[in-house]
Design a protein around this ligand. Structure first.
Ligand code: HEM
Length: 439
C-alpha cells in the first residue's frame, strides 16, 4: 500500500494514522538525502507505547537524543571490542554453530522443524555476549527469556498490540495477554539486574569478559556523576533491546535461507561445491573464508535482499522542524523509511523481482557490492548489530551447508517461499524439512 502511494505521489508522502502524521520516504536518493544528509534531524525513534512500557523509556532502540547517542556509542564500541575478552564474537558464534550442527545430526535425516533450534542458537550467541556464557537449551532461565522475547513479537504483531499502541491507558484497564507480558518482562529485567549486581564487586577492570561487565565498569567510573546514563535502568533495557532486535531477525533470516536452498537445489549445490573447494570438510568455515566464497556471499546477500525483512525499518521520529524537498516536516512527526522501495528498484538491481544471486555478482563471478543493499537501514540509526548479524549469517549458513543438504517434504515447485506480512515486518514461513548429512 505504502509502495503504491509513493509510486503515485513521489518520494515524500504524508499519511495520517489516527491524528498522527506519518511521512513515508521512498527511493534510494531521497532516503540518502534524509537519513544520511539530514541524519541528525531524522535520527529520533517513534514512540510506541508498548515498547515504552517494556523498556521504561531506557536503552538504545526506543530512545532518542542524548540518552540514545550515549547508549548507542557504548553498545557499538563494546560489541566491536569483544576480542578484548577471552573470546572473540566469531568464536562465540562458531561454538553455537557447532552445537546446532550436533542437534540437527541427532535428527538422523528424519523430518524436523528447524525454527526453534535456530532461535535457540541465535539467542545463545546474545547470551554469550551479554552474560558471558551460553545456556543449555533446556535451562529454565533460558527458556523463560526466550519465551518472553517471543511474546513481545506475538503481542507487537497482534491486533491487541496495535490497539494498545493507540489507546494505552484504556487497554491497560482491560484484562488480556499484555498484563502477563508486562509481568514477564519485569521479571526478566530483574534477572538482568541480578546478573549485573552480582558482578559489581568482581569485574577485572583491565579485561571485562562480557557486555554486562563492560557496562558495570562504566557505572563504577561514573558513579559520582549525577546525570550519568550508566545505571541499571539503561543496562537492563539495552540487554532487552539486544535480545529483541537480535534474535528473531537473524534466526528467521537463516530459516528463510534454508527454505530458499530447498526451493533452488542448483544454488544449494553450487554453494556446497564452493565451500568444499575452499574450506573442505575437516575444519569449520570462518569469516576469513568469506572473500574466497564469492558465490556463497552473494547468496546470503540475495536471501536478505529478496526477503525484505524490515520494509519500513523501525519507524523514526523528527528531532526538529526540517525542510526537505520543499516540505516542512514538523518536529515529532513519525517517519517510515521505506527500505523496500530501494530493494526492488529495477534501476538498481539486475533482477529485482525474484531470488537471483546474480544481483551480487559481476561478469567474472566476483562478489559485487551494491549501496542499495539497505536491509540494515541507513544513516545514524542503522542496525547496531549489523556486524554481528553478518558474522552469524555467514558462519551458521556455511556450517549448515557444509554438513547437510536440506530437502523439502514436497517437490521444490510446490514450496511457497513468500514471507507473510505482519504489522512490523515480514515473517518467513516455518516448515519441516530433511537435513541429509554430508560429513
Ligand atoms: C538479519 C539480521 C538483522 C536485520 C535485517 C536487522 C535490521 C535492522 C533494521 C532495519 C533496523 C532499524 C534501522 C532504522 O531504524 O532505520 C535495526 C535496528 C537495530 N538492530 Fe538490527 N537487524 C538484524 C540483526 C540484529 C542483531 C543481531 C542485533 C543485536 C545485536 C540487532 C540490534 C539492533 C538494534 C539495537 C537496533 C536499534 C538501533 C538504534 O535504534 O540505534 N540487530 N536492525
Amino acid at each position: 500500500m505504502m509502495f503504491d502511494l509513493s509510486k503515485k505521489y513521489g518520494s515524500v508522502v504524508t499519511i495520517w494514522l489516527g491524528n498522527t502524521p506519518v511521512v513515508i520516504i521512498s527511493g534510494y536518493e531521497a532516503l540518502k538525502e534524509t537519513m544520511i544528509g539530514l541524519g541528525e534531524e531524522f535520527s529520533g525513534r517513534a514512540n510506541y507505547p508498548l515498547m515504552m512500557k517494556i523498556t521504561h523509556g531506557y536503552g538504545v532502540l526506543s530512545t532518542s537524543g542524548h540518552r540514545w547517542m550515549q547508549m548507542r556509542k557504548f553498545s557499538l564500541t563494546t560489541l566491536k571490542n569483544f576480542g578484548m575478552g577471552r573470546r572473540s564474537i566469531e568464536e562465540r558464534v562458531r561454538e553455537e554453530a557447532e552445537y546446532l550442527v550436533e542437534m540437527i545430526k541427532k535428527c538422523k535425516g528424519s523430518a524436523f522443524s528447524p525454527a526453534d533450534m535456530l532461535s535457540n542458537a541465535v539467542a545463545n550467541v546474545i547470551c554469550s555476549i551479554v552474560f558471558g556464557h551460553r545456556f543449555e537449551f533446556e535451562d529454565p532461565q533460558f527458556k523463560f527469556l526466550l519465551q518472553t522475547v517471543n511474546s513481545i513479537f506475538i503481542i507487537l504483531s497482534s491486533p491487541l498490540g496495535q490497539i494498545y499502541n493507540v489507546f494505552p491507558k484504556l487497554v491497560s484497564l482491560f484484562p488480556g495477554k499484555h498484563h502477563q507480558l508486562f509481568r514477564d518482562t519485569d521479571k526478566a529485567r530483574e534477572y538482568c539486574k541480578h546478573q549485573a549486581r552480582s558482578r559489581m564487586n568482581n569485574v577485572d577492570p583491565s579485561c571485562p569478559q562480557d557486555f554486562i561487565e563492560a557496562f558495570v565498569l562504566k557505572m563504577k567510573e561514573e558513579k559520582d556523576k549525577s546525570d550519568t546514563e550508566y545505571h541499571f535502568d539503561n543496562l537492563v533495557s539495552i540487554v532487552w533491546n539486544l535480545f529483541s532486535a537480535g534474535t528473531e531477525t537473524t534466526s528467521s533470516t537463516i530459516r528463510h535461507a534454508l527454505l530458499l536452498m530447498m526451493k533452488h537445489p542448483d544454488v544449494q549445490e553450487r554453494v556446497q561445491r564452493e565451500i568444499d573447494e575452499v574450506v573442505g570438510k575437516d575444519r569449520w568455515p570462518s569469516i576469513e573464508d568469506r572473500q574466497k566464497l564469492p558465490y556463497t556471499d552473494a547468496v546470503i546477500h540475495e536471501v536478505q535482499r529478496s526477503m525484505d525483512l524490515a520494509p519500513i525499518a523501525i519507524p523514526h521520529k523528527m528531532m526538529c522542524d526540517t525542510e526537505y524537498n520543499g516540505y516542512v516536516i514538523p518536529k515529532g512527526a513519525m517517519v517510515f523509511p521505506l527500505l523496500s522501495s530501494v530493494l526492488v528498484d529495477s534501476k538498481l538491481w539486475k533482477n529485482p523481482n525474484c531470488f537471483d544471486p546474480e544481483n551480487f555478482l559481476d561478469a567474472d563471478g566476483r562478489f559485487k557490492k551494491n549501496d542499495a543493499f539497505v536491509v540494515f537501514g541507513m544513516g545514524k540509526r542503522v542496525c547496531l548489530g549489523e556486524a554481528l548479524a553478518r558474522t552469524e549469517l555467514f558462519v551458521f549458513f556455511t556450517s549448515l551447508l557444509q554438513h547437510f543438504t536440506f530437502k523439502a517434504m514436497v517437490p521444490p515447485e510446490e514450496l511457497d517461499t513468500k514471507p507473510t506480512n505482519c504489522s512490523f515486518g515480514r515473517m518467513p514461513r516455518t516448515y519441516e524439512c530433511y537435513a541429509i548429512p554430508r560429513i
